[in-house]
Design a protein around this ligand. Structure first.
Ligand SMILES: NC(=O)c1ccc[n+]([C@@H]2O[C@H](COP(=O)([O-])OP(=O)(O)OC[C@H]3O[C@@H](n4cnc5c(N)ncnc54)[C@H](OP(=O)(O)O)[C@@H]3O)[C@@H](O)[C@H]2O)c1
Length: 327
């Protein structure tokens, strides 16, 4: 089968090549999927560079998210040939950048009939992450104000849509007018270009001086540093990721002063520690998709052979929403 193979850790344009490799065989409860669409995620770049939380042993096929059809099963597999499945793993990825992938049952969901292949490949990571952040970890309440940094990105777009679904007033930041328009399309009540202006006084003004109740932060760095200035009394700051490239630090007196909570999220680990919560969330999210309350924003689809272009678009900060690859 054809797959993108990483021979050494480094920049994807230098260490990853499209090659032929052996098709994996399903064992136990596994299913083998013929991949229809691959979902691209920012951490894929880190995994290839060897700087992600989990290092895949070399050589490896990157990619943590895909959807496809079951073509073979292990003896204990709950799925049937022909079933449409979405699958994910953040722990070293699943080898999604190829024509076939093994789907382990704990990390998979049957795709509902009304969902397109592209939406299925784009769905799981962004909505599950934002659901767990906003609902399970920060307990966002109707009427509260949610501030989403990097609102036009993959998890950002999902956070805006879910924030509105949960009854919050949503303020979103992004770096260009085009991205601000994407935030508005996702339902943001207010948008701020956080590159061309200081978002602190704007958020203060929009909240009558109180600040946001919940901050959703996939960016980190300088943006995170301003969070304690725009958080309300009893506010919750969600640490989602560090696309800015800098993991920020905070003096704990700042947490004390406004009675705030700094909340970490590692969604992928819920599969290991509390998998029933992931399954429950998926039903809620599928129902929201059925009602058209949420829908992935697909920036572009590329063929498998042009996959590095998708990573270029993410790395250069050009893309918005999700990029998917047709295999
Ligand atoms: N905690 C978890 O469980 C979990 C789960 C999934 C993903 N994540 C993390 O969430 C983050 C976002 O992932 P994603 O797949 O949604 O990424 P994405 O689609 O590329 O979006 C990231 C956003 O970050 C902003 N950004 C700011 N500075 C940037 C820079 N120097 N380079 C690139 N982007 C920059 C960009 O928006 P602007 O241009 O508008 O600033 C971009 O839209 C990643 O750090 C990822 O690891 C965490």
């Amino acid at each position: 089968m054809k797959a993108w193979i990483v021979g050494d850790y480094g920049h994807y344009n230098e260490v990853m090549h499209l090659g032929e490799t052996v098709r994996p065989e399903p064992e136990g409860a596994d299913a083998l999927l013929s991949v229809n669409v691959i979902g691209i995620n920012f951490p894929d770049i880190l995994a290839i560079a060897g700087t992600y939380q989990f290092k895949s042993p070399l050589p490896f096929i990157p990619g943590m998210e895909a959807m496809g059809e079951v073509v073979a099963t292990g003896p204990d597999c709950p799925y049937e040939p022909g079933d449409r499945i979405m699958t994910f793993s953040g722990i070293g990825g699943i080898g999604a950048y190829g024509e076939y992938v093994i789907a382990a049952p704990g990390n998979t969901f049957k795709v509902r009939d009304n969902m397109s292949d592209a939406d299925a490949a784009a769905f799981q990571t962004i909505y599950q992450t934002s659901y767990f952040g906003l609902k399970v970890r920060a307990d966002l309440q109707p009427g509260e104000t949610l501030l989403v940094y990097g609102g036009a990105g993959g998890v950002g777009t999902a956070a805006i849509q879910l924030g509105k679904l949960f009854g919050a007033t949503v303020i979103a930041t992004a770096s260009t007018p085009e991205k601000l328009e994407i935030c508005r399309q996702c339902g943001a009540d207010h948008v701020i270009n956080y590159v061309s202006e200081d978002f602190v006084p704007v958020v203060k003004e929009l909240t009558d001086g109180r600040g946001a109740d919940v901050i959703y932060d996939p960016v980190g760095g300088d943006v995170f540093d301003k969070s304690t200035k725009v958080i309300n009394w009893n506010g919750r700051i969600l640490v989602i990721g560090f696309t800015s490239g800098r993991i920020p630090e905070i003096r704990t007196n700042r947490i004390l002063l406004k009675n705030i909570s700094l909340i970490g999220l590692h969604w992928g680990q819920y599969y290991k520690h509390e998998p029933h919560l992931v399954a429950e969330a998926q039903e809620v999210l599928y129902d929201a998709y059925d009602r058209k309350d949420i829908a992935p924003i697909i920036y572009k689809e590329y063929p498998l052979a042009e996959l590095p272009r998708a990573l270029d678009a993410i790395e250069s900060r050009e893309s918005h929403g999700k990029i998917v690859i047709t295999a």
